[in-house]
Design a protein around this ligand. Sequence first.
Ligand SMILES: Nc1nc2c(ncn2[C@@H]2O[C@H](COP(=O)(O)OP(=O)(O)OP(=O)(O)O)[C@@H](O)[C@H]2O)c(=O)[nH]1
Ligand SMILES: [Mg+2]
Length: 331
Amino acid sequence: MSSFVDETRFEVFSGDGGAGSASFRREKYVPMGGPDGGDGGKGGDVIFITRRNLSTLAHLRRKHILKANHGEPGRGRKMHGKSGDDLTIYVPPGTVIRHTETGDTLRDFSSDIEGETWVCLKGGIGGLGNWHFRTSRNQKPTYSQDGKPGSSLNLSLELALIADIGLVGLPSAGKSSLINALTAANSKVGAYPFTTKIPSLGVLRRVDTEVVIADIPGLIEGASNGAGLGYQFLRHIRRSGSLAFITDLGEEDPGHAVRILEEELKKFDEHLPDKQRIIVGSKTDLDESGEKLSMLKSALPNEKVLGVSVYTRDGMNELIDSFIEWGSAVR
Ligand SMILES: Nc1nc2c(ncn2[C@@H]2O[C@H](COP(=O)(O)OP(=O)(O)OP(=O)(O)O)[C@@H](O)[C@H]2O)c(=O)[nH]1
Ligand SMILES: [Mg+2]
């Protein structure tokens, strides 16, 4: 897998418990009543929860210190202090959380689950009010407990990419056919749009190099606004190290697809077009594909453009060479 990872680090603090109160009942005609100091509230916890609509740690990158709230002190009339609000941190599935100093893995959110929860630090418990400390010998205790302090931890978060290369294209461009031809993946191929409903991975191996390729469902114009299968797969594109734009040379203008893809990626995440990429004209076995490939190359003079056919295997070796360059050495 690619060595590229999304990472960030920060320090988290759970809240201190509130102090218990040392108070005595005061009522008319009762100059000094019994103890009635309430307990302090509990400090807030530090909690991590997975959210599948997140695909990077970018929302946490500028934060260096994150704190839960302290519990409030108890009050007279046995009133308990309010608990401090928890600090809830949302992360995408796949995030690994480590102890910054020791490097120990504290939590690995490895499954693609929405709402997986981990209580990282508990807040301090609140102190008991003096009411708890009355005994037969001491009916008027002035003692109440302090709250327990919260704790802190330096955390390093890391999100691995799902693939070295993501195959991006309009429906029926030939993405699944390509991953099947390159790897042992068995992705469904169909002559109708949206054959692929969920992303799948395949591994291309050559001697000491391994490249993980993701077959991603087709995108259409407006995908970033929910058209077609929508933007739920754009996050898989975000988590691919490099991209291969697949455009069908059987289409009237194969450059048009590239413009649509570029536009949708940009609308979803302005940094997506910065990813390293290759443009693949598919189906070079079709009539007039030679002219279409030349058109594509002249329309995109600054891009690397290759033509391939999974039927004749035309251009496949050159494509494999490019993909292998983007893979990484197998340890
Ligand atoms: N002539 C020709 N047809 C191809 C080639 N590669 C794929 N096809 C055909 O193109 C159609 C779509 O192929 P898929 O691989 O399912 O396309 P896809 O991009 O995965 O499509 P979606 O999953 O719907 O986005 C199928 O009918 C394939 O047989 C090729 O090299 N040459
Ligand atoms: Mg497909």
